[in-house]
Ligand binder design. Structure first.
Ligand SMILES: [Fe+2]
Length: 304
C-alpha cells in the first residue's frame, strides 16, 4: 500500500442552537436558513416598524447573525431612517457616496463587469478602530439567479478550534490593514477597469489597527474568531511571512461549510448582518446581468 499522509479531516457535527429553537416574535415570522446561522424574516414593514418590531429585529439578529428581510419598498431616505434606529450610520470613505445620502454607498454590478464587490470572505472594515457592528444591503435590482450572499458563523469557527490553538491565540492581536482590501488587489488595473464600484483609495488613507484575533460579542458575551484575508496582514510582533501559515489555516477553518449559510436575494429584500460574529461573501456568478444594492454600515465598538 502507498504510504500516503492524510490530507483532510472531517468536521465534527456542530450547530448554532438558536437555529433549532427560533423565538416566537410578535411582529414578524422568522425561518432559520441552516443549522449554522441566518434567517428569513417576513411580515414586517421596515419603513413603518414599531419600536417593539425594531427591538425584536435586533434580538433576531443576535440570535441568527444575519437576516434577509423580505418584501420591502424603501426609498434611500427610508433605508437611512431605519438604519438610524439601530445606531449611527458611518460614511465609508473608499467609494463615492450616493448623491444626497452621504451614509449610502451604491454597489452596482453592470452586465459587462468582471469582478463583483466583496467576492472574498471578510467582515466589513476591520481596519477601522471601531469597525461597523452591522451592515445592511437593500436590493434594488437583482439577477434572475445568482449573486447570493454567503455568511459564516465565527462563534462556531472559534469554538471548534482545538484547545491548544485556542490557548495559543487567546489575547493575541493582529494587524488589520487598509492596504490589503483597498490597496494591492483592489487597485490592480484589471480589477479597477472591470468593476462598476471603483475603490477610491489614496496613499494618505492608509491605516493599520490592532484587533484581537478572538473577540467577545458585547451583547451575547460569546467569543468569535475575528480575522480575514481581506484585512489581516500579520500577527502583532511577527512579519507577514511568519504569520501566514497559521493565518491561512484559520481562514480556511473560518469558512468551513458547516458554519455557513447562503441567502438568496429578491428585489425589495433587505439583508442585515452582525460583523462582530460573522463573515460574508458576495458570490460573483451572474456575468451578463445587472445587480444594484444600497449599502449602509452602522458604527460599532472597539473589538475586545
Ligand atoms: Fe462586505
Amino acid at each position: 500500500m502507498p504510504g500516503y499522509i492524510t490530507t483532510f479531516s472531517y468536521q465534527a457535527a456542530t450547530c448554532h442552537a438558536p437555529q433549532f429553537a427560533p423565538r416566537d416574535f410578535r411582529r414578524f415570522r422568522v425561518t432559520p436558513a441552516t443549522g449554522a446561522m441566518g434567517a428569513e424574516v417576513e411580515g414586517v414593514d421596515l419603513a413603518h416598524a414599531s419600536d417593539e418590531a425594531i427591538r425584536e429585529l435586533e434580538q433576531a439578529l443576535h440570535d441568527h447573525l444575519a437576516l434577509m428581510i423580505r418584501d420591502q419598498d424603501l426609498t434611500p431616505a427610508d433605508q437611512a431612517a431605519f438604519a438610524r434606529r439601530l445606531g449611527a450610520p458611518v460614511s465609508w470613505p473608499y467609494a463615492k457616496p450616493m448623491d444626497g445620502h452621504p451614509e449610502i454607498t451604491e454597489l452596482i454590478q453592470e452586465p459587462g463587469d468582471k469582478y463583483a464587490f466583496g467576492a472574498s470572505w471578510h467582515s466589513d472594515s476591520c481596519n477601522f478602530e471601531r469597525p461597523p457592528k452591522y451592515t445592511m444591503l437593500y436590493a434594488v435590482e437583482c439577477p434572475p439567479v445568482g449573486g447570493d450572499t454567503g455568511f459564516a458563523n465565527q462563534y462556531l469557527a472559534w469554538e471548534t478550534l482545538d484547545e491548544t490553538l485556542k490557548r495559543r491565540l487567546e489575547g493575541v492581536r493582529c494587524v488589520n490593514s487598509s492596504e490589503l482590501a483597498y490597496g494591492t488587489a483592489s487597485l490592480e488595473e484589471d480589477v479597477q477597469d472591470h468593476t462598476a464600484t471603483p475603490i477610491v483609495y489614496r496613499e494618505e488613507q492608509f491605516n493599520e489597527v490592532l484587533h484581537p484575533v478572538c473577540r467577545t460579542h458585547p451583547v451575547t458575551g460569546r467569543k468569535a474568531l475575528y480575522t480575514t484575508s481581506a484585512f489581516t496582514a500579520r500577527f502583532e510582533g511577527e512579519t507577514q511571512e511568519e504569520s501566514l501559515p497559521l493565518l491561512r489555516k484559520l481562514w480556511a477553518h473560518a469558512a468551513t461549510p458547516e458554519f455557513t449559510c447562503r441567502l438568496r436575494w429578491r428585489e425589495g429584500s433587505l439583508a442585515i448582518w452582525d460583523n462582530r460574529c460573522c463573515m460574508h461573501y458576495a458570490h460573483s456568478d451572474y456575468p451578463g446581468h445587472r445587480r444594484h444594492m444600497r449599502r449602509i454600515v452602522i458604527e460599532g465598538e472597539r473589538p475586545v
